[in-house]
Design a protein around this ligand. Structure first.
Ligand code: MN
Length: 193
């Protein structure tokens, strides 16, 4: 069987504060993500997905398996894309962003608005659609892979992602979010075949 394992965090749990506190990282990564991983590892044995990659499960499954696999994939991307050290987008990434949105600031603004206006639980994504970058809103565990899009960057707007630190002020979270994005990770995702 293909067991899903927890990824190592690339930073210490307290390293993203004050944007994301140590307590939030511990609950979000240590409890919420761990639960999705445990659930999926309990759900897939004996199914057609027992030997599938996570991406295959995300794309092809339905119901509880799709919900848990989607949340695992989304959280793997989310926790991977942060750095306590400030980074800047490379020229190749900047060119892609500017040709699709006009400017870097316009992209950030559009993505924050998408995150702020998403009703209920879900994710705002920067993704690639046939060579063009675009912003999408996805509900619950949905994600770009299920729509043929390449995911580059995501904002988790489930309340568990920000409520300990920002309570109902989701917009404060989606503004502060930009201070911890590791643009090297985003570029790597863009250039990945
Ligand atoms: Mn989450």
């Amino acid at each position: 069987m293909n067991t899903i394992t927890m990824p190592e965090l690339r930073y210490k749990a307290d390293a993203l504060a004050p944007v994301i506190s140590e307590a939030t990282v511990n609950f979000h990564y240590g409890k919420h993500l761990q639960t999705y991983v445990n659930n999926l590892n309990n759900l897939i044995p004996g199914t057609e997905f027992a030997e599938s990659s996570l991406e295959e499960i995300v794309i092809k499954s339905e119901g509880a398996i799709a919900n848990n696999a989607g949340q695992i994939f989304n959280h793997f991307m989310y926790f991977e894309q942060f750095s306590p050290v400030l980074t800047n987008p490379s020229q190749v990434l900047l060119d892609a962003i500017e040709s699709s949105f006009g400017s870097f600031d316009e992209m950030k603004s559009k993505m924050s608005v998408a995150a702020n206006t998403l009703f209920g639980s879900g994710w705002a994504w920067l993704c690639v659609d046939n060579g063009v970058l675009k912003i999408t809103q996805m509900a619950n565990a949905d994600n770009p892979l299920r729509h043929g899009l390449k995911p580059l960057l995501t904002i988790d707007v489930w309340e568990h992602a920000y409520y300990l630190d920002y309570q109902s002020r989701r917009a404060d979270y989606t503004t502060a979010f930009w201070n911890i994005v590791d643009w090297n990770v985003v570029e790597r995702r863009l250039l990945k075949k």
